[in-house]
Design a protein around this ligand. Structure first.
Ligand code: ZN
Length: 361
């Protein structure tokens, strides 16, 4: 209020004239000083100031009673307006700041997203390349492994073959070769006696390679079942036995003739223990003429099933025809020779070798 009065006095002083009854300032004076609406001369500003200084306690109380509430509302409104204005200004400032901040963040986010996208693309490309390389490596390794497996398989096969061979009588296998010589000390590892029912002689025991014995009895039992009579005339013969037999033949028939049907010692298949001479009834105990018998025909048709072949068949270019002389070569080779209409000594050595390990299968 004091400031208001001072201000208005300053205005009046500056304008150099006194208040008049129609001026706004005059009206305000009157309102504040609670002056009745009269036409009397209003107080000058000097008088107004004096009036204010003379206000006593009662006049102030009267003023407050009449205008206090309105004044309070007025002040509150002013205060609220000022506060509102300040608050709104402050909020606007905050909003502007936040808006800037949001813009800045958006820009940063956009940049980061682009960077990440680029980075992800690069990583993806790089990973794809690496994956492709790894795949190539993997397939290369697989190929190598395949090769190794084959090699291992091949080696296993070879080892199996060698193991099998090592368990088979080495000299017996060696004698599979077309050109052989058995020394005087060679005898099959295990020889067993052929039961006397199967041998022609009741007094002289015949022996055979132990592994071949069951096959020999098998073929003879099969023949017997079909009413074919077969006997073993001769089976294993030692180096010395062959030697003396050849001497006897040479003396009897002359060495030239003897050579045609009896091998020298060391060259006879009988020393292997895998070969037998069969005879049958009706020949007076002789080998000669065996080719005319039903037993011979039966052997030609069936012996291969048991692994036996004719060593020196008719018209062979290797040795004189011996229809009674049968040799065990294994079921597989015997079947092959039968099917191919070949004879053992007509085979290449390589073909013979392929059957070596299967001889006792
Ligand atoms: Zn013989």
């Amino acid at each position: 209020m004091t400031l208001f009065c001072l201000g208005s006095n300053l205005v009046i002083w500056w304008k150099g004239k006194d208040l008049n009854s129609s001026s706004i300032l005059h009206r305000l004076y009157r309102l504040i000083l609670l002056l009745p609406k009269t036409k009397e001369k209003l107080p000058t500003h000097t008088q107004f100031l004096l009036y204010l200084t003379r206000m006593n306690r009662d006049s102030i109380l009267t003023f407050l009673k009449q205008w206090g509430f309105t004044l309070l509302i007025f002040l509150l409104l002013i205060g609220a307006s000022v506060y509102g204005y300040v608050r709104i200004t402050s909020l606007n400032q905050n909003i502007a700041l936040l808006s800037n901040r949001v813009n800045s963040l958006e820009t940063t986010l956009d940049t980061t997203a682009k960077t990440l996208e680029g980075s992800i693309k690069e990583t993806h490309t790089s990973l794809s390349k690496e994956l492709s390389q790894e795949k190539q490596k993997s397939s290369a390794i697989e190929e190598k492994l395949g090769g190794v497996e084959q090699e291992v398989g091949s080696i296993s096969g070879t080892v199996g073959t060698l193991e099998k061979l090592s368990k088979t009588d080495p000299e017996l296998l060696q004698k599979y070769s077309k050109v052989f010589f058995l020394n005087e000390h060679y005898a099959p590892e295990r020889l067993v006696e052929i039961p006397v029912d199967y041998t022609y002689s009741n007094t002289r025991a015949e022996k055979i390679h132990a592994s071949i014995s069951p096959r020999l009895l098998g073929v003879m039992n099969a023949a017997k079942a079909q009413n074919i009579t077969l006997y073993i005339k001769s089976a294993y013969r030692s180096f010395e036995e062959q030697k003396s037999l050849k001497s006897v033949y040479s003396v009897t028939y002359g060495s030239g003739t003897a050579n045609q049907f009896s091998a020298d010692q060391g060259y006879s298949e009988h020393q292997l223990g895998t070969t037998v001479d069969f005879i049958t009834t009706g020949l007076g105990g002789e080998l000669a003429g065996f080719e005319t018998t039903g037993a011979y025909q039966w052997l030609l048709n069936n012996a291969y099933k048991y692994g036996f072949v004719l060593s020196y068949p008719q018209n062979n270019s290797y040795y004189v025809f011996e229809p009674w002389h049968w040799r065990y070569v294994g079921v597989e080779l015997a079947a092959y020779l039968k099917n191919q209409n070949k004879n053992f000594y007509g085979l290449d050595q390589r073909d013979i070798d392929a059957y070596l390990v299967k001889i006792f299968d």
